[in-house]
Ligand binder design. Structure first.
Ligand code: PMP
Length: 368
């Protein structure tokens, strides 16, 4: 069902909101959905059972714990920080939004490294934050760290998505440190996909020495809880205070809190799936790289998705969806990602299916 805004209603809106269109994640019912970087394996069955048992115990006649203290304490213990350094939100998206509410706005500047996750610019603009882009290299898709450090000197917020969605690269913690040291404002390291990256890739160890660093995590990806909506940030207690000041008190409901506590208690049970996704990523990457003769290019990824350039990408995307019942994400009209699709790494069967259909379709568009 299409959602639209009529002209008279648009005229009533604040200008920064009137400039937007309702978000359309582009979902269609398909057999193989590799479009949203979810964990297509789902939870390990024993965790799923424990989550269901925990949900049955929840009393929803009472409001939830406003700051989700049970979740907060578990996250703090896991990451070796104090609970005061943790803020929990209704998905990472809400925390990003709250960060712009608290630290963005008129007279404030976001420094962004496109192509990257689109919501940074979206939320910044919604609260009337100026956006300064430091574009990634057209060829390697890597950020220009020196230019980023320079731009950071006048930023209110710098966002470093690492691994970056949709290009898959990690920014070295040493480079994140340089940005933190240059920036008088807040530096958000969005590590939503951090669990798929190699050891040592996280900026988290910098938290102790860089009080302007905020590290974002989510249970949506590695922990197969995208439908539950739970994200968290690790930051200086004072920055957590600023986020707590702007947040709505009850956005993380009691059911989600109960499920998240169980997932966090059982988080080691997810390790085999995470390892499997990483090994499948390499296998899928090799299968697609083998199509270089058909004009296919794959960038290295430290995440649970691959950025793939294919000839006639939009046509290929449509054929995957309509002929093969496979949904991937079409970035071919995003500046800097011309011809690119983003393929989430799925189960071995899903990966075989998308690789063989991409092989067939890229051969066809080449010959046709
Ligand atoms: N950061 C990045 C880079 C993402 O790709 C996403 C989800 N697409 C999020 C944050 C937010 O995830 P969630 O709101 O599901 O926690």
């Amino acid at each position: 069902m299409a959602i639209s805004i009529s002209a008279p209603v648009r005229a009533l809106m604040r200008p920064s909101a009137a400039a937007l269109e309702p978000y359309d994640p582009g979902f269609s019912p398909v057999e193989v959905n590799l479009s949203a970087n979810e964990n297509t394996y789902g939870m390990p069955p024993e965790v799923r059972e424990r989550v269901q048992a925990a949900l049955a115990e929840v009393c929803v006649n009472r409001y939830p714990a406003p700051l989700a203290d049970g979740v907060r304490e578990r996250v703090a213990r896991w990451h070796g920080v104090r609970p005061e350094s943790v803020c929990v939100g209704n998905g990472g998206d809400e925390l990003i939004f709250n960060l712009f509410l608290a630290f963005g706005g008129r007279g404030h500047v976001l420094v962004n490294c496109p192509p990257t996750f689109s919501v940074y610019r979206l939320y910044a603009e919604l609260v009337e934050t100026e956006v300064v882009d430091v574009p990634r290299d057209a060829e390697t898709l890597l950020p220009d760290v020196d230019a980023l450090v320079e731009a950071a000197r006048t930023a209110s917020i710098v966002v470093i998505c690492s691994p970056n969605n949709p290009t898959g690269d990690v920014m070295a913690p040493g480079d994140v440190a340089r940005v933190c040291e240059a920036c008088p404002g807040i530096v958000l390291a969005d590590e939503a996909y951090g669990e798929f990256a190699p050891a040592g890739a996280s900026a988290e160890p910098l938290l102790a020495t860089h009080p302007n660093l905020v590290v974002l995590h989510t249970l949506s990806k590695a922990f197969a809880f995208a439908g539950g909506r739970l994200g968290y940030v690790l930051a200086d207690p004072s920055v957590v205070g600023a986020l707590a000041a702007v947040r709505q008190p009850y956005t993380v409901d009691s059911l989600v809190q109960a499920a998240a506590c169980t997932i966090l208690d059982d988080r080691d049970a997810f390790a085999p799936t995470i390892a499997k996704i990483v090994s499948e990523r390499e296998r899928l990457s090799a299968a697609l790289s083998a199509l270089s003769g058909q004009g296919v290019r794959v960038w290295p990824s430290s995440s649970n998705f691959l950025c793939v350039r294919v000839p006639r990408a939009h046509e290929v995307w449509l054929a995957l969806r309509d002929e093969c019942s496979i949904l991937v994400r079409d970035f071919s009209s995003t500046p800097g990602l011309e011809g690119c699709l983003r393929v989430t790494v799925g189960t071995p069967e899903e990966n075989d299916r998308v690789a063989s259909q991409l092989a067939r379709l890229t051969k066809e568009v080449r010959n046709g």
